[in-house]
Design a protein around this ligand. Sequence first.
Ligand SMILES: [Zn+2]
Length: 478
Amino acid sequence: MANDIHVIRNASTIVGYDGNAQGHAYLSDGDIAFEANGFIHVGGRYDGAFTHEISGKDRMVLPGFVKVHCHSGEEPISKGLFEDEGTAALWGNALYEYSNLIEISDSAVEASLTVMLGDLMRSGVTTLVDIAGPHDSWLPTLAKSGARAYVAPGFREAAWHVEDSRRLDLIWDKGRGYEAFARALEVVDTARAHPSGRLGGIVSPSQVETCSADLLQAAAEAARNRNVPITVHAAQTMAEHEELMRRTGLTAVQYLEELGVLGEDLIIGHCIFVDGHSWTRQRTDIDLGLLAERRATVAHCPVTFSRSGMVLQSLGRYRRRGVNVALGTDSYPFNMLEEMRQAMICSRIAGRSVFDVGTADVFEAATLARRALGRSDIGRIALGAKADFLLVDLKHAAMQPIYDPLRNLLHCAAERSVDAVYVDGRPVVEKGKPIHLDYDGALAELQEAQNFAVRRLQANDPAGRPSSLLARRSLPAM
Ligand SMILES: [Zn+2]
């Protein structure tokens, strides 16, 4: 098996990587050859030896997507509960008051992770970052999926508390934060040593406002000692922005800079409420310059936030200012292609122009993610790069008629046209289904988990409201 050489013959379209132009480019009617270690031939005729041949007729070969931010854990079981809810006093955001009420049983964490992975991979994700609480089935399930995955075990000292829907309080427990930090480092080290060779670790203080300055600095130091990235949620909501302004007089980006945490190895979850954002009271324009100068990466996840009426202003503007922006999905629907479409639409609305961002810009953010994970061997179809790619069915109705296949994929077809996904030259999705995971079994378990979570809502609510009031159905019962 180790010496197998696969060739995809006469692919109608290949999105290859042009090393001179340092960007993606179309190749027509060429061959691709790969082995477990990576691509050995891209474009033109392959005349070398091979063990397997696949027809590339009516297919587009695309690099796998690199998704730098999402959460398994409670997120997959929250689907359908709070999309129409929010806390008015917290700028309409549901995060602090509602997400906090979701309880997941230990037995459901594997199912939750399995469904998330299946959905991500079906939409073309080959590398992902999962920010979650560590559990025994985390690494084994990620390895089983066949995807390339980074675990980012979250830790924090303060818990969110919303009393009477009025304000966000933080309840501090420093000892617990440091204990979770130590455990997180163990998990990061275990992932990096995993025999699959496809797992990695990221040091992940959960949120900028729930960790003390000394914990954020200790986390950055631990990451830099290991030469692994750091990720933290920052500038993700107005409640957090106001909390930091009150506490430090600085925006999240400026605070991270002051602590020495802002750097090339930092991935900032969301980074929406920078000083120039129209919702903030600041009238300065410092943050984007700092992000660009320090070469930090923004993990942009437009679907979840635009659902709450919040939008980054704007993806095109960040890019023009030289900020490295990569994409994530944060929460459900865990669909990278929908996320890419929404990234484009949100950017054009926030930037008030069709010229704000192009299809190729969003595709680049979803693949190269440039400095995000500190690697140049993924998100591209090039000699020596990892054989992580997807096959798109150009004959699918949603892809017809074809003038520019990438546009059809991003603006119209999405995952409906994704036939197969490969990681390390090995299929992980076939006929649109993840093949190494029991996705259907996990779905059934997820329903049980959601029933349990709904039953526990009232007990977890500080105000003791019933679930029918907390998670109101969209239509009344007739
Ligand atoms: Zn997040």
